[in-house]
Design a binder for this molecule. Structure first.
Ligand code: OOG
Ligand code: MG
Length: 259
């Protein structure tokens, strides 16, 4: 760790204010190039503590940079994770008010709901047995940093750009979700296509990596929690007044509208 607890709280407050005011800020490593990944995760934990202090529940975790499409788009190739607040969830078909965002983007994902806790390195069998349901999902990311640019330390400190998520209909975890076609539409036009196999070769690996990273940070994935396995395609910029939908083979369709 390169910074003390007071600085961690101050940086978290700055990122939290930026998110709540919809105002981009300078990347945290510009002023503090010495920040390391431990500092970044400590800032992220402090952001979660601020949400909890406001009465929000932590609903689960999200994985980042689990696909080549995302690594290439953002120039970051380390696996990261962030925390999902219950208040980030939008119901399927809801309206997303862009006036409260900075420069939001949307990406197509798979989500898992857990029926058992997971922590540390786990086998594929343990991971599969811990899943209650698999769901098609859309994630809204909105980097708090100017120009949506960051390095890995910046983006971890910024809770992996988490802003919102929409879940579709749950399906049985026994289905084969290893290679499902995924299509993202904006106003009825296809803007991204991919496969769930783009998520670390198999989306289950997204969950296994989430468990491993949580374990490394003294955390645990809990029963009932949501895990977003990471985007299968590059993210697409949102604009007000558009309809966003995703279709995931065998899992169905979900979407939202922006205003
Ligand atoms: C960071 C979040 C990455 C994913 O699915 O890979 C992510 C970002 O791209 O701003 O959510
Ligand atoms: Mg994502």
């Amino acid at each position: 760790m390169a910074i003390d607890a007071t600085t961690i709280r101050a940086v978290a407050r700055r990122l939290d204010d930026a998110a709540r005011q919809g105002q981009a800020i300078e990347q945290v490593t510009v002023q503090m190039p010495e920040l390391d990944l431990d500092d970044a995760y400590a800032i992220q934990a402090q952001l979660a503590a601020l949400r909890i202090a406001r009465g929000e529940r932590i609903a689960g975790v999200k994985m980042g940079f689990t696909s080549r499409a995302k690594m290439r788009q953002m120039g970051v190739s380390d696996l990261i994770w962030g925390r999902l607040g219950a208040g980030m969830e939008l119901p399927d078909g809801a309206v997303f008010d862009m006036s409260t965002a900075i420069h939001p983007r949307v990406e197509t994902e798979l989500a898992f709901i857990l029926r058992r806790p997971l922590c540390g390195p786990v086998s594929t069998t343990e991971a599969r047995n811990a899943i209650e349901a698999v769901l098609p999902a859309l994630e809204i990311i909105d980097s708090r940093y100017r120009d949506f640019r960051f390095n890995v330390v910046d983006v971890v400190a910024d809770n992996a750009s988490a802003r919102g998520f929409v879940l579709g209909e749950p399906a049985s975890a026994r289905m084969d979700f290893s290679n499902l076609g995924m299509v993202l539409h904006l106003d009825g036009q296809v803007v991204q296509t991919g496969s769930s196999a783009a998520i670390l070769g198999h989306p289950l690996r997204g969950l296994m990596e989430a468990a491993r990273l949580a374990g490394e940070r003294g955390a645990r994935l809990e029963a009932g929690e949501i895990v977003l396995a990471g985007a299968a395609t590059a993210a697409v910029a949102l604009r007000p007044g558009c309809h966003v939908s995703a279709t995931v083979q065998s899992l169905g369709r979900l979407g939202f509208t922006t205003t």
